[in-house]
Ligand binder design. Structure first.
Ligand code: FUC
Length: 821
């Protein structure tokens, strides 16, 4: 039996999450009768929850500030509907809403006549020569030749972004909303993001006029919605500012449309805004003026001509899509659109509650809390917010049918952003999706798989031209236009293992959901093709092991006769292929080949100072603090090394990790949280986690140890990169639950700072939804729900219990050694 407290807590959480709860607050006019009825109901619940369950107060899941943002990167706040991302400043006289749509990319076909998806035709012909030089230990010559002949190609584009025809994800521009009247001193200013309901708000008072703005981003209606209200009539002037060429601009029947075109590749797009207001609307010189209004609502959307389809990547009928979006809301009221959004959002967000018993810090804005917490004031509630904020960010930037998250999710204000705001496959892209399954946002993982599918065809060409291998590859940097070749510089650019690493996500999605159809139709075909690459590319060394030659460990060290990470990723992929063949009862010959190859791969090795070797050559430098810790892939996110199954290797990983130190860029710190969690050292992981939450202001690039968190809680690489946020919450989950070794281990690395907690809805492999309650560092009980049925082994502090469950079955397990009822 589930304990009554735990049960009630869950129910209250459910109700507080329920969209209707919010509607009542926000749509009082429409639901007036229900409002009165429910007010009592909600008040009663809130009273109960405040006394009995203080953590369920919704105020606690809010980021808020007492001033408008002045800096896009560090202070503006993000909203997004998967397709589009916007950042709002909350300015008083001038509101700025910067936005983009994820498929708006410069570069690619049309940007330069010689764009060839990065491929250097016939590059593979130099492979033998490079291999020969390596076999003679002529590393410098081998690197020089590889640097000349094996790298990919980009072309300069006049007035184009830094990486030429590789292109970049680009901003669509900004909306500036001027409030034309100032009535006096501004009081009671508040700018907030309620992540429990995905609602942004700005409010302030001037004299006796209260100004209120509400923003939200709706996935089901594919809109960004901005509502501006004031107690007395005011006037606004609104202007869209675009960095792109104008094809056509119009304003008809209160709908503004801007049809634009990128300068380099001619990619077209249209952004539209429908205005609903009680005021008088005038359009002049590209500016929309609204006079004498108490409310104005902007329904904002944008679509591009981009299609994720090799070789042209164009042809999407963006006008038609926008027509459909607007037709669908023709007869809908604001309240209905809001309700649709709340339903959609709460369905995902409400699956997980994360409560560490943090106390409310009344009256302290989020930026100040971040500073205070770093300076030693315990603020567990801020950690709860951070965890849930990252889930909010994933829901806001990665939904079925959208582009996957890029380095900045969907939030980019530049036409030449850092690293092209692209898809980086040697850690960043994967880290972005680490929390997808474990934090119960499995659907948000799907855009990554769609993108992967779009890479297979060009990736096969790169595999042939650069590596003379079957299958498909991606390397370090990937754009929206099939750039799958090695990058245009070495060592950073040569990383054919990107596809193997991505395929781990296919397997994980299957393993967490046990969706066999997904495995058969989507995952396995891509996994098999990626595995073929390794079956061809690996070659036998003098001892008969299979090694990756030539290879580079991501972004540092020299050329190698075998970078350990390549071996570990190939092992992981082949191992998952073997499992998939078994489950699907398919491809016996391929399965045998995959197994044979897997078992001949050079295993992880321990080097001269007890470290896990990063390369086949025992050349690791104990003083090396490089941010990439790639040779620990087998520990995390892989499972070839674990404390339980290979303690010596786990110990060697610890030696390497200690040598690398506790500093790093944002994502590097986040990865270290996950590593220490897998090494079952919760306090060390927590130390790294606190370091990740270091308040940072740097906006330029810092490659060594500038990592931390901006006042808007976005991760500072620096500059802003979303991977650190996602890696951070994946690490937080990893401290509470691990399931990579076929058992579900509860509280495997609980930090002593997280003394008490109730966390519900985390997922474990095998399709189990897990709720946990602990007190004074000890598990009280766990509640499991099996989604698809199956065997399950639970572990807590060395003790195990196995049982079998049917689909939909729920069990509660208590600590008295996992006595099941
Ligand atoms: C890799 C990392 C950098 C940065 C970039 C986007 O190249 O080494 O630190 O995160 O990706």
């Amino acid at each position: 039996m589930i304990s009554p407290g735990f049960f009630l807590y869950k129910k209250i959480n459910y109700i507080m999450n329920h969209p209707q709860y919010d509607t009542m607050k926000w749509n009082a006019r429409l639901f007036i009768t229900r409002f009165i009825k429910y007010v009592f109901f909600v008040l009663a619940l809130s009273t109960i929850s405040v006394f009995a369950f203080p953590q369920s107060s919704k105020e606690k899941l809010t980021l808020w500030y007492d001033q408008p943002a002045t800096t896009w990167m560090t202070e503006a706040l993000p909203i997004g509907n998967g397709y589009m991302g916007a950042m709002f400043f909350g300015g008083i006289e001038k509101e700025q809403i910067q936005f983009t749509e994820g498929s708006l990319w410069s570069g690619g076909p049309g940007a330069h006549e010689d764009y060839n998806y990065g491929n250097r035709e016939g590059a593979w012909k130099y492979l033998d020569e490079v291999r020969k030089l390596l076999s003679e230990s002529k590393f410098e010559e081998a690197h020089a030749l590889a640097g000349k002949e094996l790298k990919g190609i980009t072309h300069k584009v006049k007035n184009g972004p830094s990486f030429g025809d590789y292109g970049a994800q680009v901003t669509m521009g900004d909306l500036f909303i001027h409030v034309n009247n100032v009535y006096g001193e501004t009081k009671s200013y508040r700018r907030e993001l309620d992540i429990q309901h995905s609602l942004a708000k700005v409010s302030y008072q001037q004299k006796d006029i209260q100004f209120r703005r509400t923003y939200f981003a709706s996935y089901p209606d594919r809109l960004l919605v901005y509502r501006l209200e004031s107690d007395k009539p005011v006037s606004y002037s609104i202007k869209y500012q675009s960095p792109h060429d104008e094809v056509k601009e119009s304003f008809q029947e209160n709908v503004y449309s801007f049809h634009g075109k990128l300068k380099d590749n001619g990619m077209e797009y249209e952004m539209r805004i429908k205005f609903d207001t009680d005021g008088e609307t005038v359009f002049e010189d590209g500016k929309i003026s609204i006079h004498n209004t108490k409310y104005v609502i902007l329904y904002h959307t944008a679509s591009t001509a981009y299609l994720p389809k090799y070789p042209d990547y164009k042809g999407n009928d963006f006008n038609k899509i926008n027509d459909q979006i607007f037709e669908a809301i023709e007869s809908k009221r604001y309240e209905e659109i809001l309700q649709n959004h709340l339903n959609d959002y709460s369905n995902l967000f409400g699956r997980v509650s994360f409560d560490l018993g943090g106390k409310e810090q009344i009256g302290i804005p989020t930026d100040k809390r971040l500073v205070a917490s770093y300076n030693g004031k315990s603020d567990l509630q801020l950690e709860q917010i951070y965890f849930q904020y990252n889930r909010y960010l994933m829901i806001s930037s990665s939904r079925p049918g959208t582009m996957p998250m890029n380095l900045q999710g969907k939030w980019n204000h530049s036409t030449d952003p850092p690293w092209a705001c692209d898809y980086h496959m040697n850690i960043n892209q994967q880290m972005l999706y680490w929390p997808a399954e474990v934090t119960n946002l499995s659907e948000c993982h799907l855009p990554l798989f769609d993108y992967m599918e779009s890479l297979v065809e060009p990736g096969k060409i790169s595999a042939k031209e650069h590596f003379n291998s079957r299958g498909w590859v991606v390397n370090t940097m990937n754009n929206a236009y099939g750039f799958t070749a090695p990058g245009w510089g070495l060592p950073w650019g040569y990383f054919p293992g990107g596809a193997a690493w991505l395929c781990q996500h296919l397997w994980e999605h299957y393993d967490f959901t046990r969706d066999q159809q997904f495995l058969a139709e989507t995952a396995y075909p891509m996994m098999k093709e990626a595995a073929l690459f390794w079956i061809d590319y690996l070659s036998e060394d003098e001892k008969g092991y299979l090694v990756s030659v030539p290879s580079y460990s991501p972004e540092h060290g020299g050329i190698s006769r075998g970078a350990s990470m390549d071996h570990q990723m190939a092992w992981d992929l082949l191992n998952n292929c073997v499992k998939a063949c078994g489950i699907l009862e398919t491809d016996p010959d391929f399965k045998a080949m995959a197994m044979k190859t897997r078992d001949k791969i050079l295993p992880p090795e321990i080097g001269s100072w007890g470290q896990l070797q990063e390369w086949k050559e025992d050349v690791d430098d104990p003083g090396n603090k490089h941010r990439h810790v790639s040779h620990l892939f087998a520990l995390h996110p892989g499972n070839q090394i674990s404390v339980e199954n290979s303690p010596e290797l786990a110990e060697a990983a610890k030696v390497s990790l200690n040598a690398r130190g506790d500093e790093g860029t944002g994502w590097s710190l986040a990865w270290k949280v996950n590593f220490w969690a897998r090494l079952k050292d919760g306090d060390r992981a927590y130390k790294l986690f606190k370091r990740l939450l270091k308040p940072v202001a740097t906006q330029g690039t810092e490659m060594v140890n500038g990592g931390g968190t901006y006042p808007n809680l976005l991760c500072a690489h620096p500059p802003f990169q979303l991977d650190g946020n996602m890696g951070g919450s994946a690490g937080m989950a990893e401290l509470l639950i691990q399931s990579h070794t076929e058992v579900i281990e509860l509280l495997p690395a609980l930090p002593s700072a997280w003394k008490n907690g109730i966390v519900t809805g985390l997922m474990a492999r095998g399709g189990f939804e897990v709720d946990l309650e602990w007190k004074d560092g000890k598990l009280i009980e766990a509640h499991l729900k099996s989604k698809s049925g199956g065997n399950c082994t639970i572990k807590y502090q060395g003790k195990e219990k196995s049982f079998s469950m049917t689909g939909g079955e729920e069990v509660t397990v208590d600590v008295e050694l996992l006595r099941q009822h």
